[in-house]
Design a protein around this ligand. Structure first.
Ligand SMILES: Nc1nc2c(ncn2[C@@H]2O[C@H](COP(=O)(O)OP(=O)(O)OP(=O)(O)O)[C@@H](O)[C@H]2O)c(=O)[nH]1
Ligand SMILES: [Mg+2]
Length: 340
């Protein structure tokens, strides 16, 4: 088993996860190792590291539990790839078979290998009704397997796309937004960047509840205020914003973004979410863009709109069940899903 030590590893799973990780890797990041895992080798097109192909039959539609079964053959390779890191980020779009099936599994392996593991889950568009079930079950399992989970909603990421964009353009644009927001949080300090740093990021996301990532941009005279309000609105669509106990505000703009504006935005956050006790960290990155982007990572949410996606949780509420019953129920329900 090869074990190469690295500080921070990013694992991209499935189509969305792989694309976002490749985009992220183009920025100057704290991440020093990249791993890709998918049933589809097309997903490795932009790969910056090790690719692990989970061989699958092409003549049938896969489900998350089938993909988990198929990954069994590669488990030693997966385990080796997530070993020897201090921190592992496991990034996937949930709702498809690959990301939903493997994200919790890989997070569990990384955690077992001794890494502090953070899941990053991109949740389906509201119109993807059939994907919500897999996404909801997988999100709950990812939460159980990892030390912290950052949730990004695909609908949030699309705010800046024109209505008539093609699906490919929509994905590209959503991935660009996700990579910008995550990249700001994970960037290295430089002349152009004052990031919060890995410790503060982990201090925010390693909690019982979920962390939600909201993003918004503005080019108006009052950009900082407007973009921050937009980011708060995007989080309010997913959970009760005032339940946040910690937050990181990242502002990304051009040279006209003043320290004053950053300070004002940070001071306004508590009143915007009606919670003055929220513990706020912040940072800024300077790009050429005249649009100001605010990424707001807020954490500590015990419940989110995604609870409704998960029938097991709907039936049992907050009661904890053992893993075996959970798998039995989830997989039983999975097999009842209508096929298309
Ligand atoms: N943001 C973003 N979302 C995507 C992208 N590709 C797919 N998605 C969304 O991510 C979710 C999961 O889709 P995929 O990533 O294609 O699924 P998968 O993990 O590859 O699983 P398979 O079903 O095996 O292909 C769905 O809600 C898709 O709409 C992408 O490039 N960017
Ligand atoms: Mg795919």
């Amino acid at each position: 088993m090869h074990e190469q030590f690295s500080e921070v590893t990013a694992v991209g799973i499935g189509s969305a996860g792989s694309r976002i990780v490749s985009l992220l890797g183009k920025q100057s990041l704290l991440v020093d190792r990249f791993v890709y895992l998918s049933c589809d080798k097309e997903d490795f097109t932009g790969s910056l590291g090790e690719n692990i192909l989970v061989e699958s039959p092409v003549d049938q539609k896969l489900t998350p539990s089938m993909v988990r079964g198929l990954a069994g053959r590669s488990s030693e390779r997966i385990r080796a790839a997530v070993s020897g890191s201090k921190v592992v980020f496991v990034i996937a779009g949930l709702g498809g078979a690959t990301g939903s099936g493997l994200a919790p599994l890989v997070a569990g392996m990384a955690q077992e290998a001794g890494a502090i593991t953070v899941g990053v889950a991109v949740m389906p568009f509201d119109y993807e009704k059939k994907l919500k079930f897999y996404a909801g079950v997988s999100l709950r399992r990812l939460r159980q397997a990892a030390r912290g989970v950052i949730v990004v909603d695909n609908d949030t990421l699309l705010n800046s796309s024109p209505d008539n964009a093609t699906l490919t353009r929509l994905y590209e644009s959503a991935n660009g937004e996700a990579a910008k927001a995550l990249g700001a949080l994970l960037s290295r300090p430089s002349d152009a960047s004052l990031p919060p740093g890995l410790n503060k990021l982990l201090g925010t996301v390693l909690q019982d509840g979920y962390s939600l990532l909201g993003v918004a941009s503005s080019g108006s005279a009052d950009k900082a205020e407007e973009a921050l309000a937009g980011a708060v609105v995007s989080i309010s669509k997913l959970a009760e914003a005032k339940e946040a106990n910690r937050a990181i505000v990242m502002l990304s703009g051009n040279g006209t973004l003043s320290g004053n504006e950053v300070g004002m935005a940070v001071r306004r956050l508590g009143s915007m979410i009606s919670n003055q006790t929220v513990d706020i960290e912040y940072g800024a990155t300077y790009s050429g863009s005249s649009q100001l982007q605010v990424s707001l990572l807020a954490s500590g949410f015990r419940s989110t709109k995604y609870d409704d996606y998960d029938p097991v949780r709907k039936v049992l509420g907050d009661r904890t069940i053992d893993d075996e019953t959970d798998s039995f129920l989830s997989e039983g329900l999975e097999s009842l899903q209508p096929c298309d």
